[in-house]
Every structure is written in structure tokens, then in C-alpha cells.
Ligand binder design. Structure first.
Ligand SMILES: N[C@@H](CCC[C@H](N)C(=O)O)C(=O)O
Length: 276
């Protein structure tokens, strides 16, 4: 078959987005890895499948695959691209949508300026829900990597995140430390690893080593996780500008039990077909 796809990005975190409402699509992990391959396929950090909802309370179901072929629970930048995609493709004209994901339902709003705001739901802070091995919930956990102790925040935004605070993000060895923490035995499902430099209580810089994709230009759930971790440590305001290598997101979180809101852009780059 010829598979129709759209190449999109949110702040340079790039996606192959597939309409599985009007095409019947079942991809093996090998096919996902090939489509995501930047040399032999189309190339992307994540592949997104847009499906009809299986739950009557939702408008669509949105499935997320990392470049390594694994299906995962949540993707913030992908959620904004999802909203742009369903409008561009004429799958809906509603500007407020409820969407099913593996990580739970999320609410999306298409803003008048074309940006998308996503209600990502409340963060999950209990270690078992992340999942992370720790005797009790804490705002900072010590973790040992190659004989050295680091201090991390750990939480789930539907998907698992570890957040380290660093002095200078340019000089942080993201490519070395990121994979060591991603595969740390205390994270049984692996973890996304954010490195946050706090510039002010309302502005951080962030680089993210993503589980199953490596360092990306931006990570939406990573930005949410960094703000939650920073707020739990008493260092950030309710509304924070998050500067990622690919651009800025605005994240707000009132606190415990409340939803995290993310606002940012979503861009469509080109459409194509590829034989499967
Ligand atoms: N790029 C994403 C997150 C994608 C999934 C992540 N790599 C995982 O394995 O959980 C975002 O924008 O949130």
C-alpha cells in the first residue's frame, strides 16, 4: 500500500503524522524504525497515529511511537501537531477537543493565533506511578550513576521524566549522562531526562534527552515536567517561559492536583506518500 503522511514539527521536535481514520494502518516496530530513519526513511523523533476514538467521551485517539519503534504514553509537542493536523485534514472543525492517549485523556484548544494550548492533566508524583524505585515521594531524590551521586526530580506527565538542575546548560554532558539515566535500573520503563538551568523564577532553559529518541530540539512533556519539578522545589512561579533549543513554550501549573497547561506552536512542513 501507499501510506499517506504529513511531516510536522513543534519547535523542531519532528513527527511523521498518519491519518488512521481514513487509512487502515498497522505498523510493526521495524516499520516505525524505518519510517523514522533519517537516512533510509522519512525521518522523525516520533511517529503519530490519528485514530477514531474508542471511548465515547473522546473525539479521537492519538498514538505515539518513538523513533526506536516503541509505543509510548504521551507527547506534548505531538499533541499540538495533532490539533493542527486534524484541522488541516478536515477531520474536524472543532477548536476544543478531548483526545485519548495511552497516558490518559488530554484536552486541546486551538487558539486564534494558531498556537495550541494543551491541558496535559495533573502530574503523577508518587514513585510507583512514574514508575521509579524510591521508598517514598520526595521533591528531590539522590541517584547514583557510575559511582557519582546526582539529585533529580522525578514525575510522570503520562510518561516518565527525571529532571536535573544544572548551572550551565551549554556545558552539561547531555549525550553522556542522558542515556545513563534513561536506562538506570531505578526506572523500570526507562525515563526521559531533562536538564534545567533556572534563569529566573519565571524563565528556565531546558535540554531533554528523550527516551527512545535521544536529545531533541524540544520536548513538551519535558517542559511540563521541569516546571512541576522546579515548583515542587520552591524555585519557580506558576507561569514559566521554557526556552528549549528549538524555541519557547509557556507552561503553567497552579500546584498539587491541578492540570499542567502548555501553549506553543505546531507547524506542518510537507505531505507525501511512501510505499509500505
Ligand atoms: N517529544 C515528546 C515526548 C515523546 C515521548 C518520549 N520520548 C517518551 O518516550 O516518553 C514531547 O514533546 O513530549
Amino acid at each position: 500500500m501507499n501510506l499517506r503522511f504529513t511531516k510536522m514539527h513543534g519547535l523542531g521536535n519532528d513527527f511523521v503524522v498518519i491519518d488512521a481514520v481514513n487509512q487502515s494502518v498497522a505498523l510493526s516496530p521495524d516499520q516505525v524504525r524505518w519510517l523514522a530513519d533519517r537516512h533510509r526513511g522519512i525521518g522523525c523523533d516520533q511517529l503519530l497515529l490519528v485514530e477514531p476514538a474508542s471511548d465515547s467521551a473522546a473525539d479521537f485517539r492519538y498514538r505515539i511511537y518513538n523513533a526506536d519503534g516503541g509505543e509510548v504514553e504521551q507527547c506534548g509537542n505531538g499533541a499540538r501537531c495533532f490539533m493542527r493536523f486534524v484541522h488541516d485534514q478536515g477531520l474536524t472543525d472543532r477548536r476544543a477537543l478531548t483526545v485519548q492517549t495511552l497516558g490518559g485523556p488530554i484536552e486541546l484548544q486551538l487558539e486564534d493565533d494558531g498556537q495550541v494550548t494543551v491541558d496535559m492533566g495533573p502530574p503523577r508524583l508518587e514513585p510507583a506511578a512514574i514508575p521509579f524505585q524510591a521508598p517514598a515521594r520526595a521533591s528531590v531524590y539522590p541517584i547514583e550513576v557510575d559511582g557519582q551521586e546526582y539529585r533529580i526530580g522525578a514525575l510522570s506527565m503520562g510518561n516518565p521524566h527525571a529532571v536535573l538542575t544544572v548551572e550551565d546548560i551549554e556545558r552539561t554532558p547531555v549525550a553522556e549522562l542522558g542515556p545513563r539515566i534513561e536506562h538506570h535500573p531505578r526506572f523500570p520503563n526507562r525515563v526521559n531526562v531533562g536538564f534545567m538551568q533556572i534563569l529566573a523564577s519565571n524563565h528556565i532553559r531546558l535540554r531533554v534527552h528523550e527516551r527512545g529518541a535521544g536529545e531533541t530540539c524540544a520536548c513538551g512533556t519535558g517542559a511540563c515536567a521541569a516546571v512541576v519539578a522546579g515548583r515542587l522545589q520552591g524555585r519557580l512561579d506558576e507561569r514559566v517561559r521554557v526556552s528549549l533549543p528549538g524555541g519557547d513554550l509557556v507552561i503553567s501549573w497552579p500546584g498539587e492536583n491541578a492540570s499542567v497547561f502548555m501553549t506553543g506552536p505546531a507547524v506542518s512542513v510537507f505531505e507525501g506518500t511512501i510505499p509500505l
